[in-house]
Design a protein around this ligand. Structure first.
Ligand code: N01
Length: 559
């Protein structure tokens, strides 16, 4: 490792670590990116991670009921057949402790932790044109310089605590699910308010209701949910996973969402109603995201989608005993799966409990938080604990909270003032040698994440290997390729029902003032993979690559 003197803005001089690549974040993406760049390409790499351990999203999201909605045998890396064979999942859907055990196992197995600096939050990354290097600063005042900067910061890492007047004066305790304490929160004997009914709130409500004295769920938008049907994995299924690992991988790589099952090539509209009902019943009994794969046209045709919506509405009315509560829970304002479709364990059943109440805050909005609880237009609900399951500043939040500056001091915040713009979700014009793993403009959150992550990390690794092999030092997306890609991202979204969910975080609609832009690429993971492969095969078409050498300026002081 080389150190060179750096002049900070305060005028102090200290040593900066010089690296080939710096990776921000030690979740699924950061760990694999470190392994690829360090062990396959032989680069000097440092990972900086804000948390005290590996895990990224799963390090922070430890709220009651948290569980992954991808099936465990697909929610893992597939790059190492040995790793696949040696690891054994215990349940159909893993919870945070098991996912963290898995990621720690991976980090230890591949000796990754020695190049990860924990408790280290990156605050800024500035590109130095002359040196062709990024200068990266941390909250603690350390500085690193690096040729390649890779953000592996996750899509859902910047918690959104709504700006409701009075929170500061609340006399009870409050928590955001995405920043859950590492100690247990004791709900016993407590009156708990849960704000938000996205995937998180739907998972948390049944578990909180089991121990709390009373739970009030504040729902703004009714949400579809399908039973997860979580269960321990049978010995037979565990054997199936091992024996068919390669075939499962092939399925995940060839499907739209990267899951280990295919969308059935059958139209909901063309299927006779009785048969369609039977298929939905079977899918409901199977549970999980497989429900969405029952028909091929659910996300592309509103009338087809309505058949799924009708089925779920009827299920809610069947499960929930109080008709008024059932009406509020099933008063959907968007097509099924236009928002990320939650899967649950006894969510709707929870509203049959005597200690649970649903409040429709679309009809009676929350006006303030008082010292004693939450006051809506119609009533005050006394509470000891408030749980905000109010989501995240998704996809761009965790990038924009760092001060990232490219050419001529251009900030990423300014470059994205009208919404995120990039090429392939991987690079932004004006920010050379910076790659965003599963950034906006890539399938990311519409895909089983590890599949999307492995594809990005491998593409970035291959790209850097290509540069090294060809004496190239700098890669930057062009403006034209970025314009073209943004148009493709928009067209892909418009071909689906996804943009019809007006309150969706996919659109940035959950954050006041955030530009309304549909962020993930909805054209399908398999198609996206092919596009990226083709770009690489055409010598990184759409990027400008140059042989600008890292000059001596790398060793001189930055201003
Ligand atoms: O967040 P969300 P999430 N007053 O943004 C409501 C992933 N995930 O944490 O819809 C009242 O979806 C908001 O209401 P509305 C997954 O990708 C995965 O639940 O804006 N309510 C909504 O009900 C998921 O999509 C897993 O009207 C307010 C809720 O809060 C993503 O994380 C598990 C409000 C936020 O829903 C985010 O899910 C969990 C306010 N001021 C999460 N502000 C699995 O793998 C917001 N809301 C299973």
């Amino acid at each position: 490792m080389v150190r060179s003197p750096i002049q900070t803005s305060e005028g102090k001089t200290h040593q900066a670590r010089e690296l080939d690549a710096l990776v921000i974040g030690a979740g699924f993406s950061g760990l694999y990116q470190l392994l690829c760049l360090r062990d396959r390409l032989g680069l000097s790499v440092q990972v900086l991670e804000a948390g005290a351990g590996v895990g990224g999203t799963w390090y922070w999201n430890r709220y009651p009921g948290a569980r992954c909605d991808s099936e465990s045998h697909s929610y893992c890396y597939s790059f190492s057949p040995e790793l696949t064979q040696e690891w054994e999942w215990s349940e159909r859907y893993p919870g945070p402790p098991e996912i963290l055990r898995y990621l720690n196992h991976v980090a230890d197995r591949f000796d990754l932790k020695r190049d990860i600096r924990f408790n280290t939050r990156v605050t800024a990354a500035h590109y130095d044109e002359t040196a062709n290097r990024w200068r990266v600063s941390t909250e603690a005042g350390e500085t690193f310089t690096t040729q390649f900067l890779i953000t592996a910061v996750g899509c859902l890492s910047s918690a959104n605590v709504p700006n409701i007047p009075g929170l500061d004066a609340f006399e009870g305790q409050w928590y955001h699910t995405g920043q859950w304490p590492h100690e247990d929160v004791d709900f016993r004997g407590k009156r708990v308010g849960l704000v938000g009914t996205g995937s998180t709130g739907i998972q948390a409500a049944p578990v909180i209701a089991e121990t709390a004295a009373h739970l009030v769920v504040f729902q703004r938008t009714a949400n579809y949910s399908v039973p997860a049907r979580n269960a321990p994995l049978t010995t037979e299924f565990k054997r199936y996973i091992k024996e068919n690992a390669e075939e499962i991988r092939q399925v995940m790589h060839s499907t739209v969402n990267g899951h280990p099952f295919r969308i059935v090539d059958r139209s909901a509209l063309e299927t006779p109603p009785k048969e369609r009902q039977a298929l939905y019943e079977a899918a409901w009994a199977t549970g999980g995201l497989r429900f969405r794969a029952t028909f091929r046209d659910l996300l592309t045709d509103n009338a087809a989608n309505e058949t799924a919506a009708d089925f779920i509405r009827a299920k809610i009315r069947e499960i929930v005993k109080d008709p008024e509560t059932a009406d509020i829970l099933s008063d959907f304002d968007h097509p099924y799966a236009a928002k990320r479709p939650p899967i649950d364990t006894d969510y709707f059943e929870t509203f049959n409990r005597d200690n649970v109440k649903l409040v429709d805050v679309r009809a009676t909005p929350i006006e303030e938080i008082t010292p004693r609880g939450i006051r809506t237009r119609d009533a005050e609900y006394p509470l000891d604990i408030i749980v905000f399951a109010t989501g995240f500043d998704g996809m761009t939040g965790s990038l924009l909270r760092m001060d990232i500056r490219g050419h001529d001091g251009l900030s990423l915040a300014r470059a994205w003032a009208a919404g995120p713009r990039n090429y392939l979700g991987l690079q932004v014009a004006g920010f050379p040698n910076m790659f965003t793993v599963t950034g906006p403009g890539s399938p990311s959150v519409l895909c089983n994440m590890p599949v999307a992550i492995e594809q990005h990390v491998e593409w970035i690794t291959d790209c850097i290997a290509y540069m090294r092999a060809n004496g190239l030092e700098r890669i930057e997306a062009t403006d034209e390729s970025m314009d073209e890609w943004v148009a493709q991202v928009n067209a892909a979204a418009e071909a689906t029902v996804l943009p019809q969910a007006k309150h969706s975080w996919y659109l940035g609609a959950n954050i006041p003032g955030k530009p309304r832009v549909f962020m993930p690429y909805a054209g399908g993971m398999a198609h996206y993979r092919k596009i990226c492969d083709d770009v690489a095969a055409r010598n990184y078409e759409g990027f400008t690559l140059s042989a600008a050498r890292v000059s001596d300026a790398a060793n001189k002081r930055f201003n």
